[in-house]
Design a protein around this ligand. Structure first.
Ligand code: TRP
Length: 326
């Protein structure tokens, strides 16, 4: 389904700051594509990250780094509106009103809350209220579609329910009900081992790491124990799955044939992968270095977009007050 002339929202949550190739193929590439035909917003969910990041400097560093990473990918003439959640003056005023039309019983069903409750973890209230803030992120901008991974599907359903509740309570077709776009076909992108991606396993490939680190990470990709000089099966190999993401059809064919040869080891495949990744991300990696030393270029654009986003929410708040009481 090709989506055109709609409003799309995507987000980045600065709980950590190493963009890896899965982030790229899942979040960045599709959003740049979709932004060609749609009004697209990219929100830095800094308020959401407060549920778990309680160290000021870590948070500040994360925010700066994720911004640099994302901007390194945006084309210079990109029309994606990148903005910071915390710069929306009346966002939380609206969240409060949404709180007032959200049933407690609905919130008890939220996975993020239930998972912790089952484990008997004493969560903070922001974790409990998280889906309501997220709802405001979406419906304050009249968003039609939010591209999400399956884990966020329930949150979009909540956004729909809460928007619907508001409309019903005030007998007005005010908030647009958003929909999710689910992309669940990207599980084929492997990590560097077969475990679930995790910061503590360090089993992901960071796009903006130094060449040395990148090499270390790629060399550590877990392969099977086929003897060095025996033919290997590319279709059962993490390295080859990754190669397929970055190489041309011709190159893929060429490497596939090499997997048969006694002189081609996983080690060789990994070096080819490193090369492919460095080429594929050459421009963003260069831009990353530039932005790192010139963060004001980003701030300038961001300030402009923050104002646009803030105006949208402020206008919403005026309209809501008019409906609710003032
Ligand atoms: N809940 C999302 C996550 O945990 C973050 C998020 C905040 C979000 N606001 C959003 C996602 C709005 C989609 C739309 O990753």
């Amino acid at each position: 389904m090709k989506i055109v002339n709609k409003k799309i929202l995507t987000w980045v949550k600065p709980t950590w700051s190493w963009m890896h190739i899965w982030n790229y193929f899942w979040a960045v590439k599709p959003i740049i594509e979709i932004s060609k035909w749609n009004q697209t917003y990219l929100m830095l969910a800094d308020l959401h990250s407060l549920t778990s990041v309680h160290d000021k400097n870590t948070l500040k560093d994360n925010i700066k780094n994720v911004l640099i990473e994302y901007f390194s990918f945006l084309p210079d003439d990109s029309e994606i509106i990148v903005f910071e959640q915390s710069k929306l003056t009346h966002h939380n005023d609206i969240v409060w009103i949404l709180n007032s039309v959200t049933p407690y019983s609905l919130m008890l069903r939220a996975h993020a809350f239930k998972d912790n409750k089952d484990k008997d973890i004493d969560i903070n209230m922001a974790v409990f209220n998280y889906p309501i803030l997220m709802t405001a992120d979406i419906i304050n901008f009249d968003i039609d579609y939010v591209p999400v991974w399956k884990d966020q599907k329930q949150h979009i359903e909540f956004a729909r329910d809460i928007a619907w509740n508001f409309n019903k309570t005030y007998k007005k077709d005010f908030f647009k009900l958003p929909n999710e776009i689910i992309s669940d076909d990207l599980w084929i992108i492997p990590w560097t081992d077969w475990r679930k991606m995790s910061k503590s396993y360090n089993n992901f490939i960071p796009i903006f790491a130094s060449e040395k680190e990148l090499k270390k990470q790629i060399m550590s990709i877990v392969t099977d124990d086929t003897p060095l000089e025996s033919p290997k099966n590319p279709d059962n190999c993490n390295v080859f799955s990754l190669i397929k993401l970055f190489a041309s059809d011709e190159k893929i064919k060429e490497i596939r044939q090499k997997y048969e040869k006694w002189w081609y080891w996983y080690w060789h495949a990994k070096l080819e992968l490193l090369d492919l990744i460095l080429k594929y991300f050459e421009i963003p990696r260069k831009k990353y270095e530039i932005y790192k030393d010139n963060f004001s270029i980003i701030e300038e654009k961001l300030n402009k977009w923050n104002i646009i986003a803030n105006n949208i929410v402020s206008k919403k708040y005026i309209d809501i007050k008019d409906i609710v009481w003032l």
